[in-house]
Design a protein around this ligand. Sequence first.
Ligand code: C2E
Ligand code: MG
Ligand code: MG
Ligand code: MG
Length: 280
Amino acid sequence: AAKAAGRNTFRFYDEAMNRRASQRLALETDLRRAVVRGQLELFYQPQIRSADGRLAGVEALLRWRHPERGLVSPIEFIPLAEEAGIITELGEWALAEAARQIVAWRRQGVAVPRMAVNLSPRQFHAADLADRVERILAAAGAANEWIELEITESAAMAHPEGAVQVLRRLRARGIHVAMDDFGTGHSSLAMLRTLPLNVLKLDRSFVQHLPESETDAAVASAVVTLARRLGLSVVAEGVETEAQKHFLADIGCDLLQGFLFARPLPAGEFEAWLARAYPS
Ligand code: C2E
Ligand code: MG
Ligand code: MG
Ligand code: MG
């Protein structure tokens, strides 16, 4: 009997796994069509200068408006796109759209100094990345200086020598580069010294327990001091409270991003937020 139950249990898991696998496959098929069907969107979240509260830039964050599932999170579909081998297509769509949007805003007199766009590790390691990026920006009429690409520690660490080359080529073209989610990956201090970065983004996990956590306060201050001594600016991610804002400003963190200021918003709502936050 035990044996039979065991077999049934096994079969139960088997079916659940199959069901999950086929749901995944269905989602992947949908995702392949999402670009051409116009279901992808960018949301925009402001980055605020701690010194004077001005807008320093905007991060573009990808969303998938699925006809039945509603808004799907990038945490769900980015890994899927990576596995399906379509992340480059999605990533380049996002870059083109972000470039188009900053051009449109600047033409309308909406003063957005810079647009940050996330890059997947796969995109980052394409040998011709800098050329591809430059072509996309030129096609949209965006200046290279308006764009910042966010890479992750793990992407940089996978091929450190390649990463230095790619970053040099981007920097040579005036494109800014930020290290996203800093502190969660495995980059070493030696890497920080070699990588030609402009910006370090302190991961939300180091911000969320500020200012109460003495350990996190020590880590955040040390990272900000180090980054600034290296000539980088620092963006604190996930700023949700006034107390976090004040602490970060006190330790010299240049830029703040988080729900305290605004959640990622669709373009139209972002414009409305800007008009409210900075009445002219
Ligand atoms: P990320 O690049 O680190 O983006 C920041 C994430 O933190 C965003 O999640 C944002 O909504 C969230 N966030 C911002 N402020 C706060 C806050 O105060 N509190 C909390 N709890 N969360 C906050 P989102 O939009 O769900 O994106 C998740 C991740 O998906 C991004 O993390 C990025 O790694 C990836 N992603 C998004 N768009 C793209 C894209 O176009 N290409 C690639 N390759 N990855 C993308
Ligand atoms: Mg990012
Ligand atoms: Mg981040
Ligand atoms: Mg993050």
